[in-house]
Design a protein around this ligand. Structure first.
Ligand SMILES: [Zn+2]
Length: 204
């Protein structure tokens, strides 16, 4: 199976199953657009993606080709097979209504990755309250020597992509990030493809 390339429209999200061994290619079609990823074990849905466990296991806070993302219980979930951008974030939680209210000082509704991930998981037997730090593909959060962080424009150019391989059966939520500030001023779409088998053309 090679599902045709799908588009996640700006400020929306999608949920899907990814079987062990399948490949997920996440593409930034226009450049400078973040995509938040969160996932659960399909067989043990209480076991979800864990930034802390992944940082501990990989001895880094910056993840790229060759790194694996782990679950709360320490099981391998997704291995990064290719990464043409090289800069992602695994420190901060998805943007949320609460965050937008804090920044703007106003209670106005704003679409968010948190809401979109919750919606994406609605048709699956997982607990959306477990959504914590997402793997923020293409998100650029430089870390200063004193530990201070800031959100900067993504380094991704049009066509940059990341390829993950599932190390277990997964329920995956993926967004096109809704925060103008994270995406250099404009929220754009994200594209993705799922492949059953490793093939050379996936990497093109
Ligand atoms: Zn977001």
């Amino acid at each position: 199976m090679n599902l045709k390339r799908q588009t996640i429209q700006a400020q929306t999200g999608i949920g899907f199953q990814l079987k062990k061994g399948q490949l997920l290619k996440v593409i930034d079609p226009l450049g400078e657009q973040v995509s938040d990823l969160f996932c659960y074990s399909q067989l043990e849905p209480w076991d979800a993606l864990s930034s802390g466990r992944t940082i501990d296991t990989c001895d880094t806070i910056l993840f790229t080709r060759g790194h694996t993302l782990y679950s709360q219980s320490g099981k391998a979930m997704l291995e990064i097979l290719e990464d043409t951008c090289g800069r992602h974030d695994f420190l901060v939680t998805p943007c949320s209504q609460q965050m937008f209210e804090m920044i703007s000082g106003k209670p106005d509704y704003h679409p968010s990755c948190f809401e979109n991930l919750k919606k994406a998981f609605q048709s699956f037997e997982v607990n959306p309250d477990q959504i914590s730090t997402s793997f923020n593909i293409f998100m650029n959060v430089p870390i200063q020597a004193d530990g201070k962080i800031s959100v900067q424009a993504p380094l991704s150019k049009a066509g940059d992509f990341v390829i993950f391989q599932a190390k277990m059966d997964l329920i995956v939520g993926l967004t096109a990030c809704s925060d103008e500030g994270t995406n250099n001023g404009s929220c754009k779409p994200i594209e993705f493809e799922i492949f059953d088998h490793l093939r050379a053309e996936i990497f093109k």
